[in-house]
Design a protein around this ligand. Structure first.
Ligand code: AMP
Ligand code: MG
Length: 367
């Protein structure tokens, strides 16, 4: 298939909208990462998204809308909390899991009786949804399992020849995917962390917000909770070339044992660079010197080593740069990536750490 490269000019967005309305696939920019869009109400179109990405069909998609009032097509009733979150965070990087209205294809929601909805904060995306005149189902526009695309060139690298069109635009402002919060239970529960934090949501709702069990299990592996981290220690075997790595408490798919995630996407292997990746966690000065030591050691053995070490507490910058760094290092053909852990209990750093752990298949060494 020949993939058309489009711009964010009105005539191009019109063309893209026509493609979507006819059941085709268009990759488009959002403020988080680039999305791969199809008409959310057209099961055949959505099936093509799974195929283009190579995505497991039980992993549901986020449905994007351009006006808050369009949410009525997707969910039967809005609670006060849902309305508060819309008022506070939309358009923006917050996805809400809601009860699903009949008529939304099972393909879109992976057979669940809930639907994930958000309104992106990107002019071209909003215009595209408006002109297509339908909600747009869009996962990230990458091959399933590879790092999410935050630049037009990343989308082209993964999707050229597989989809109808790509709308080229600037690099994504946020760089990691939206926060996903489940609003179907008594307590709002975060299924995927993002730059809108639990604290932000708690402040907006004036009530407690929980993290899904699966996320906390992931956090244990970072050593954030020393008590729980100790349990994972036994699994850390001799790692690659002098690290204490080994996927602590994780099975071969990179998923920590005992996970029963509510969000199906959390169980699949994610964001993996081609290179072997190890996270070094500990006090900042020790992390730096361990990375230097391992880099020198592995380079002496003839390996090409890439390093990802963000400034301390520069969480927003880390979110912005993380996926593009992974892709750049892969393009440079590095064999090994050494990454410094971000220490943040539950803020934006926690969201970056969530992606970093998955990229590394939970391969973490403590110093
Ligand atoms: P992506 O489309 O790549 O940004 O991933 C979307 C994320 O939202 C995945 O982790 C999905 O599993 C999750 N998700 C989408 N719909 C639902 C839903 N109805 N319930 C729970 N999680 C969902
Ligand atoms: Mg994705």
């Amino acid at each position: 298939m020949k993939t058309k490269i489009l711009t964010t000019e009105e005539k191009d967005i019109r063309e893209a909208a026509k493609i979507i309305a006819k059941g085709g696939l268009v990759a488009f920019p959002t403020e988080t990462v680039y999305g791969l869009g199809a008409n959310a109400l057209d099961a055949d179109a959505v099936a093509k998204v799974y195929e283009a990405k190579g995505r497991p069909s039980d992993n549901p998609m986020i449905v994007h809308i351009a006006r808050a009032s369009d949410i009525g097509q997707l969910t039967p009733m809005l609670s006060e909390d849902i309305v508060m979150l819309i008022d506070n965070f939309w358009p923006g990087p917050l996805t809400m899991v809601l009860r699903k209205k009949a008529g939304i294809p099972d393909r879109t929601t992976g057979g669940l009786d809930t639907v994930a909805v958000r309104m992106p904060d990107n002019e071209a995306a909003l215009r595209l949804i408006t002109l297509a005149d339908c909600p747009i189902a869009a996962p990230s526009a990458n091959i399933s399992g590879s790092p999410s695309p935050t630049r037009a060139k990343d989308v082209i690298a993964d999707m050229d020849g597989k989809i109808d069109a790509i709308i080229e635009s600037e690099d994504c402002r946020v760089g990691i995917e939206s926060t996903v919060v489940d609003m179907t239970g008594d307590v709002p529960t975060i299924l995927r962390p993002g730059i809108i934090t639990a604290e932000n949501i708690e402040a907006a709702l004036d009530k407690e917000v929980r993290y899904d069990e699966a996320l906390l299990r992931g956090a244990e592996l970072t050593g954030i909770d020393p008590q729980l981290a100790a349990e994972g220690e036994g699994a850390a075997a001799d790692g690659v070339n002098g690290t204490a790595g080994g996927a602590a408490g994780a099975d071969e798919s990179g998923v920590a044992e005992g996970f029963r995630p509510k969000s199906p996407g959390m169980k699949s292997k994610h964001y993996a660079p081609k290179a072997q990746m190890t996270i070094i966690e500990g006090r900042r000065d020790k992390v730096k010197s361990e990375i230097e030591r391992l880099k020198a050691l592995n380079e002496r053995l003839g390996l090409k080593v890439g390093v990802i070490l963000f400034e301390e507490k520069a969480f927003i910058e880390a979110a912005h740069d993380f996926f593009s760094k992974l892709r750049d290092l892969d393009n440079e053909g590095v064999d090994l990536i050494l990454a410094g852990a971000m220490s943040d209990r539950d803020g934006v750093g926690f969201a970056v750490m969530n992606r970093m752990l998955k990229s590394a298949g939970y391969n973490i060494a403590r110093v």
